[in-house]
Write a new protein. Structure first.
Length: 79
């Protein structure tokens, strides 16, 4: 099963401004949630620009990898 069918990406911004205009002290949250159980599987707190880059990479791989392969690959990424 494709990863985008098993997991959902949720990005929560720490403010109203887009990442390009956000202050350095803002922290955005990036979560991967399992659709069946609603449990958070992976979670990162990142500065705004890094969070948007991470979200872009996650979206791309969610659509191209299988669920097990996606989880194995991204579970080793450090915060």
């Amino acid at each position: 099963m494709r990863a985008n069918r098993a997991y959902r990406l949720i990005v929560t911004r720490g403010g109203r401004a887009p990442a390009l205009l956000a202050g350095a002290q803002r922290v955005d949250h990036v979560e991967i949630v399992e659709i069946d159980s609603g449990e958070v599987v992976l979670f990162w707190d990142r500065p705004p620009h890094a969070a948007s880059q991470l979200a872009r990479a996650l979206r791309e791989e969610l659509s191209s990898l299988e669920a097990e392969e996606f989880l194995a690959r991204w579970s080793s990424v450090e915060d």
